[in-house]
Design a protein around this ligand. Structure first.
Ligand SMILES: [Zn+2]
Length: 460
């Protein structure tokens, strides 16, 4: 008689060619946050084809979906997170050179892998439960808009994750293994400086460009002095068309990041206050709109150890010689002359903090969340054309396939041995002790769900 875990491995192995096919299909249709209509439909349709009942537009977010399949009876409910949005400006062919103008979206964060790898894990796990006669439910949540740290906060506020016993996910990074350490808390928002248009030669007393530049410079100085290690980043969304015309309006999209949520939130409030004060000194009107504010990941060793065990069963990514050759070529293109480094083993990561922030932070404070990373070469920067290039190349597939199989096994294992779920919940409560976690904070619900094109054009 085969064990449920063997069933999971067999089901996953049978599905693997479909997962690989989905990697390529998603790569070919990169879509920005809240515009992922085709990507959502591709994955939702795939789940339906495998017998899941699928609700599109769940939580009133048009590009979200919820796919469930239970094996009868009442058992644990395991959530698996799926992402599929791309990044602006990072389109690239799967080649070891910049092939694009940088004006179109591309999968520079590898979400074309996360979608199929994690959804595929759900398909395999559900099949194995049925085969093994284990009572439980697999709930795959299609989560849009991760790249603006927004989607899961909106879905969490709408109650989409309620009732799940654990949530599992994966992401590409620079290491292979199970992650049980925090990442950064982060918030971002859009800021408008509205003055008066003018011929630049004559000038205007109400100059939105001068006000925005002064505001950013002033906050950069303050951020360093007032907040230890607060990271501050910005881009100009709109700042005029011609040096001869001072524009009416300038829009800035800015974010802050810190290991501590309260410090991060205080940093964001200070940023908005400074922008407002400088605008006022320039006699320029000011408006700030929060996009999202998210906690860092609350680590969970109970789930982390289960995920680590499942990774041991699967083994480290099985790269071929030609996979390594392409990654070496890409590394050279990004960092000429630097030695090639790639994490090729499996490890457990429970020390330190990850550099990034992401939108499942708040969720990890509500439901135990287990996370797997797979490695890309150290010289290939994430959110860079080269990450897109790798994400479209077969050399990228071994890592997400490893994560996918391990998540499939982990989901079945958690349902077969539900005492892990009780322990994971107890650990969450213990780690959270004393922390009051208010509902997720995010904005622009109407814009992002009804007219997302205007969000990306900065015309809303
Ligand atoms: Zn990402």
């Amino acid at each position: 008689m085969t064990s449920p875990l063997q069933e999971a491995r067999a089901a996953w192995t049978a599905l693997a060619p479909e997962i690989v096919e989905q990697f390529g299909l998603l790569f070919a249709m990169p879509e920005l946050s809240c515009l992922e209509y085709r990507s959502m439909d591709l994955l939702a349709g795939w789940m339906e084809a495998h017998g899941f009942s699928v609700e599109r537009g769940v939580g009133d977010v048009p590009t979200a979906f919820l796919a469930r399949k239970d094996s009868g009876g009442s058992g644990p409910r395991i959530g698996i997170l799926v992402e599929y949005d791309a990044l602006p400006g990072l389109d690239n062919e799967p080649q070891a050179r910049r092939t694009s103008s940088g004006r179109k979206p591309g999968h520079g964060c590898g979400h074309n892998h996360i979608g199929p790898a994690n959804a595929g894990a759900g398909i395999a796990a559900a099949a194995a439960l049925q085969q093994a006669g284990l009572a439980g439910e697999i709930v795959v949540v299609g989560c849009p808009a991760e790249e603006i740290v927004w989607g899961k906060l909106a879905l969490q506020a709408a109650g989409v994750f309620d009732g799940l016993d654990a949530v599992l996910t994966s992401h590409g990074d620079y290491q292979n293994g199970s992650i049980s350490r925090p990442c950064h808390a982060t918030a971002n928002g859009e800021f408008r400086f509205s003055g008066e248009s003018a011929h630049s030669g004559l000038g205007t007393a109400r100059n939105a460009v001068a006000a925005s530049e002064a505001a950013i410079a002033h906050f950069r100085t303050i951020a360093g002095e007032a907040f230890d290690e607060l990271q501050f980043k910005h881009v100009y969304r709109f700042a005029g068309y011609s040096p001869g015309v001072t524009p009416d309006e300038v829009r800035v999209w800015a974010s802050v990041r810190h290991r501590d949520f309260d410090t991060m939130r205080a940093g964001y409030a200070r940023m908005e206050a400074v922008f407002s004060e400088v605008a006022s000194a320039h006699q320029v009107d000011f408006r700030g709109d929060l996009v999202a504010a998210c906690r860092g990941y609350l680590a969970n060793d109970t789930l982390g150890r289960v995920m680590a065990d499942c990774l041991q069963t699967v083994g480290a990514p099985a790269w071929t010689k030609s996979d390594i050759a392409f990654m070496e070529e890409l590394s050279q293109a990004c960092a000429p002359g630097k030695p090639f480094t790639l994490h090729r083993e499996l490890a457990y990561f429970d020390q330190g903090i990850d550099y990034y922030g992401q939108d499942d932070g708040d969720l990890s404070w509500q439901i135990p969340l287990g996370r797997i990373n797979w490695a890309y070469p150290e010289n290939v920067p994430i959110h860079h054309w080269a990450w897109t290039a790798l994400s479209g190349h077969t050399a990228s597939q071994a890592g997400p396939l490893m994560a996918s199989e391990a998540i499939a096994i982990a989901a079945v294992r958690l349902i077969a041995d539900p005492h892990h779920l009780t322990a994971a919940r107890a650990e969450l409560d213990r780690r959270k002790a004393g922390t009051i976690v208010p509902p997720p904070e995010f904005g622009l619900l109407e814009v992002l769900t009804k007219r997302p094109e205007e969000f990306w054009d900065a015309t809303w």
